[in-house]
Structure formats: structure tokens, C-alpha cells
Design a protein around this ligand. Structure first.
Ligand SMILES: [Zn+2]
Length: 95
């Protein structure tokens, strides 16, 4: 079970710090010699309560082998590139 902590984003329009939560999608998985390699994406969609700026962001990360973060989260797409987004910490449950 993979979870992402919430992270913070600084609004690119007014500078307000927002708490954002993430929705994880399993994208792909393949068998390798040490188990399965799993690709995930996660996305968030927040609207700044101060100024109404809408921030959409997608990240990707890879788990391999089970319970180990092979590739840490990186931003794939952000709708407002003036906003500064903290990539979330990944936690793996018990296997
Ligand atoms: Zn704002």
C-alpha cells in the first residue's frame, strides 16, 4: 500500500502557502528479477482560497523492489509554473 503525505504549495499569484493532498494512480507494473517494479502517478487540484488561482499538478514516482522508492517523486506537469510545489514524501505500508 502506497501513500503520499500531504505537501505544501506556495501560490504563484498571491504567495499563500496551501496544504495539498494527492490522489495516487497505479500506472504500470512489470516483473523484474527482484519483484515487481511499479509506476505511479499522482495528481492534485487546488484552488487558492485567497486569490482563486487554480493549481493542477501531476507527479510520478517508481517503486522497486516492493517497499523501496526507486525514483523519487518529480513534477511532470504543473498548470501554474510560478507556483512552488513541495513534492510529497512517499510511504509504503507493510508487505
Ligand atoms: Zn493565491
Amino acid at each position: 500500500m502506497v501513500t503520499l503525505d500531504s505537501s505544501q504549495c506556495k501560490c504563484g499569484r498571491c504567495g499563500k502557502i496551501l496544504d495539498i493532498s494527492w490522489e495516487i494512480d497505479s500506472v504500470d507494473s512489470r516483473e523484474k528479477n527482484m519483484g515487481s517494479e511499479s509506476y505511479y502517478s499522482a495528481s492534485t487540484n487546488v484552488i487558492c482560497p485567497e486569490c482563486g488561482n487554480e493549481i493542477n499538478c501531476s507527479i510520478q514516482f517508481v517503486e522497486y523492489p516492493d517497499g523501496v522508492l526507486e525514483v523519487p517523486p518529480k513534477v511532470i506537469e504543473i498548470s501554474d509554473d510560478r507556483s512552488e510545489l513541495e513534492t510529497p514524501r512517499v510511504s509504503f505500508g507493510d508487505y
